[in-house]
Design a protein around this ligand. Sequence first.
Ligand SMILES: C[S@@+](CC[C@H](N)C(=O)[O-])C[C@H]1O[C@@H](n2cnc3c(N)ncnc32)[C@H](O)[C@@H]1O
Length: 350
Amino acid sequence: MIISEGKIRIEVPEFQKITSKNRVFYNPEMRMDRDLSSLILSFFKGVVLDGLSATGVRGIRYVKESGLDSIFNDINPEAVKLIEKNCEMNGVRGEIHNRDFNLLDLRADIVDIDPFGSPSRYLTSAFRIVKPEGVLCVTATDTQALCVSKKACIRKYSAIPLKTDFFRELGVRILISSILREGMKQDYSVDVILAYAHKHYMRVFLRVKKSLTAMEKNIEDLSIVYYCGCGYRTYSKELIQRCPFCGRKISFSVPVWTGKIKNDSFLDRIMKRDISSDLRKKMTIIKNEIDTPFYYDIHKLAKLYKFDLKKIDSVIDDLREIGFKASRTHFSQTGIKTDADLSSLLKIFV
Ligand SMILES: C[S@@+](CC[C@H](N)C(=O)[O-])C[C@H]1O[C@@H](n2cnc3c(N)ncnc32)[C@H](O)[C@@H]1O
């Protein structure tokens, strides 16, 4: 069947259910991500490798909407046939490869990896392929591994996750930590353009460069994250055994990226563009979100401390009134980001 997405039309296989078993994969639910990717990449120049192309939808949109040249690749020969057809239908020319991503022998200014599940097996090659001063775009849909499943997270991301009320943000930050640690093995530092979670996936856009000074700075942004059942959370490079708030044994997640997860001036430029109302809604929340780890889930705190819920916006106003920074967060509709400590936050409710 033929569908329209952004400025292009492509053929996608008929499907009853979205599954990796489909002849060639296409997920309409990722459309907003493709809209955003195409928008972000329009601020860059050069050649983008759509490394796991499936129908070719991303790479074709990058040519037609972002002004880039695309290289396509997919291990599935059926996908390659469809990419060829879709390129032709949209008047797009580009190299099309039918290889295992990890065996590609080429370089690109921008590398996009959008796999089934975890991107971990492709990261070494992504850094081998991307040029210095380039951009990496990485999707992860194995949110279970990034957020809660200890063994899977250790296997795939060499990190220890933790069940917290801010698990979506922690997952995104573990993903960045893992990409950074992979990049540093090839002398790459990272600079986060934007990292976010939406529905079933997480997505990270990074500028990468070969710089020892920048890498050393990146290392300062890797921390141990502590969390206690009483709601207390902090991050540090030091070892902490007991929760400073309630005195119980405290749990941890490590190594976690605690640096910035968005570049505000870049987002300002994005917001000036003509974008769909759905995307604008999402981006407005992200743009207004304070970049302080980690959000509090107000519903969970209310249950724990047995207080009556207040409207999120009024809690934010109250926190601001007493001098703290506070905002909503795109990670959760019941979440609040603030630089207030737990006891100051609880005082708002009593
Ligand atoms: C989630 S789909 C990509 C979806 C596509 N980027 C989009 O936006 O619609 C993942 C694709 O990776 C391909 N793939 C899986 N393993 C691969 C490998 N080792 N090398 C190259 N392609 C691979 C699959 O055939 C599948 O088409």
